[in-house]
Design a protein around this ligand. Structure first.
Ligand SMILES: Cc1cc2nc3c(=O)[nH]c(=O)nc-3n(C[C@H](O)[C@H](O)[C@H](O)COP(=O)(O)O)c2cc1C
Length: 175
C-alpha cells in the first residue's frame, strides 16, 4: 500500500471483532511509528499508555457518557496520549508566537498511530471525548490526557466514502 492508498483506507472504525486479539509485534510497530513523529523543537511532549484487558474496559468506560463511544469497549487496545511538559525552546516559541505546539504534536502522533494501524490491517478511532481525571487515575498518568485511540480488528472491512469539504473550501494554491 502506498501512502495515498493508506490515507484513503484509514477511517474511524467503530465496530470491532472483540474476540480477536492484536499481535504484540503489531502493537510494538504502531507505538514505534508514533515515537518517530516530528514535533516542535523535537520536544516530543507526549506519552503513550497502551491498555488491554480489564484496564482497557475501565478506560473505555471513562470514554463513555452521554451515549458516546460505547464501541470503545470492543476494541482490543486503547492508546491513551497524555501531554508532557514543553522543552524550553518550544515553550518560548509557543509563548512568542501564541501557538499551541503540544496539541499539534499530539495530533501528528495520533495520525502516525492511526496510519500505522491501517497498514497493519487494523481499525482505529481517535477519541476526544473522555473523562481526563478518571483515566489519569486508572493509568497513573501525570499529564493531561489529550486523546485516546481505539485499536482492533474491524468487524467490517468496507471502506466508506469520505465526507469532506470540497477542494475549493479547503485549499488554494497561490503561484
Ligand atoms: C481530535 C478528534 C477527536 C475525535 N473524537 C471522537 C470521539 O470522541 N468519538 C468518535 O466516535 N469519533 C471521534 N473522532 C473521529 C471523527 O469523528 C472522524 O475522524 C471524522 O468524522 C472523519 O471520519 P473518518 O475518521 O472516518 O475519516 C475524533 C477525531 C479527532 C481528530
Amino acid at each position: 500500500m502506498n501512502f495515498y492508498e493508506l490515507n484513503e483506507k484509514r477511517q474511524s472504525t467503530r465496530k470491532y471483532d472483540k474476540d480477536r486479539p492484536i499481535e504484540d509485534e503489531k502493537l510494538g510497530r504502531i507505538l514505534e511509528a508514533a515515537r518517530l513523529s516530528p514535533s516542535a523543537c523535537n520536544g516530543q511532549p507526549y506519552f503513550f499508555t497502551l491498555v488491554t484487558g480489564e484496564k482497557k474496559n475501565e478506560v473505555a468506560k471513562a470514554c463513555g457518557g452521554m451515549g458516546m463511544n460505547a464501541f470503545a469497549r470492543d476494541a482490543y487496545a486503547l492508546i491513551v496520549i497524555s501531554e508532557m511538559p514543553y522543552v524550553k525552546s518550544a515553550l518560548l516559541g509557543s509563548k512568542l508566537k501564541g501557538n499551541d505546539y503540544r496539541s499539534m504534536d499530539i495530533g501528528i502522533a495520533a495520525m502516525a498511530l492511526t496510519l500505522a494501524a491501517t497498514e497493519e490491517g487494523l481499525g482505529s478511532c481517535i477519541l476526544g471525548w473522555f473523562d481526563d481525571k478518571e483515566i489519569r487515575e486508572l493509568c497513573s498518568i501525570e499529564g493531561a490526557v489529550r486523546l485516546v485511540i481505539t485499536l482492533g480488528y474491524p468487524k467490517d472491512e468496507t471502506i466508506r466514502e469520505k465526507k469532506r469539504k470540497s477542494p475549493e473550501e479547503i485549499y488554494k494554491i497561490i503561484k
